[in-house]
Write a protein that binds this ligand. Structure first.
Ligand code: AP5
Length: 215
């Protein structure tokens, strides 16, 4: 089992890129940490109950809790597939935990893709993001409009603003990214795994850049 990590600030397009990579190749499976946590919150599981407050504040959920979630996902992984991890790891501690999980699952971390996007673009993307309440599909008021206003093209679910996309919380998330996640860049660069990708411009162009690097 091969692993790829998608690293980037809130709104850098990790989720959008991950979904498109999986659509291009049936052997690519995606593990979207934020979606897994939001699902746990919505279902009121013990993990969800513990995570909700951190997420609402734009803080990181404790490392061991997230690592358990990802470990459980990868334990069900299929050999021969490539797993794209969107949003994990986000701290040096989580990077160490990922190494343990990978070794237990006989998986190899092939590359860490860092999506680079200017802050003004991140803010615009997060301000315009809308998410389906039923299937979690992501839209944007300017760049990816649904066919029918406020309705998901796929399941007709209602589109809403994510609770943590309020400007105040977004600012907090960006700060947390700089303080707790950015040092993974040096960490993975020193291991020769880091690949920097320009994450601005059209989403199809960004995906093409990622595909070129991972192939
Ligand atoms: P998570 O859901 O992972 O949030 P995030 O990392 O802040 O990332 P986002 O989902 O906001 O952005 P994205 O990069 O996926 O961008 P997207 O593709 O949607 O995590 C939420 C919370 O969960 C965290 O704050 C934390 O509390 C907790 N958590 C998660 N992982 C954790 C971990 N490992 N440890 C601890 N806690 C954790 O794009 C954004 C918008 O832009 C969309 O509307 C999209 O349509 C649009 N867009 C994207 N690309 C383009 C493009 N190229 N051109 C035009 N529009 C674009």
């Amino acid at each position: 089992m091969d692993l790829l990590v998608l690293l980037g600030a809130p709104g850098s397009g990790k989720g959008s890129v991950a979904v498109r990579l999986a659509a291009l190749n049936p052997n690519i499976k995606i593990v979207v940490t934020g979606d897994l946590l939001r699902e746990a919150v919505a279902r009121g599981t013990p993990l969800g109950l513990l995570s909700a407050g951190y997420m609402r504040r734009g803080a990181l959920v404790p490392d061991d809790m997230v690592a358990q979630l990802i470990g459980a996902q990868l334990a069900e992984g299929k050999s021969g597939c490539r797993y794209v991890l969107d949003g994990f790891p986000r701290t040096i501690m989580q990077a160490g935990l990922l190494e343990k999980i990978a070794s237990a699952e006989k998986a190899t971390l092939k590359a860490v893709i860092k999506l680079e996007v200017p802050e003004a673009v991140l803010l615009e993307r997060l301000a315009g993001r809308r998410v389906c309440t039923e299937c979690a599909r992501v839209y944007h008021l300017k760049t990816l409009r649904p066919k029918v206003e406020n309705r998901c093209d796929v399941c007709n679910g209602e589109l809403v603003t994510r609770e943590d996309d309020k400007l105040e919380t977004v600012k907090k998330r960006l700060k947390v990214y700089v303080q707790q996640t950015l040092n993974l860049v040096d960490y993975y660069e020193s291991k020769g795994l880091l690949r920097r990708i320009d994450g601005s411009g059209l989403i199809d162009d960004v995906v093409a850049r990622v595909v070129q690097v991972i192939e």
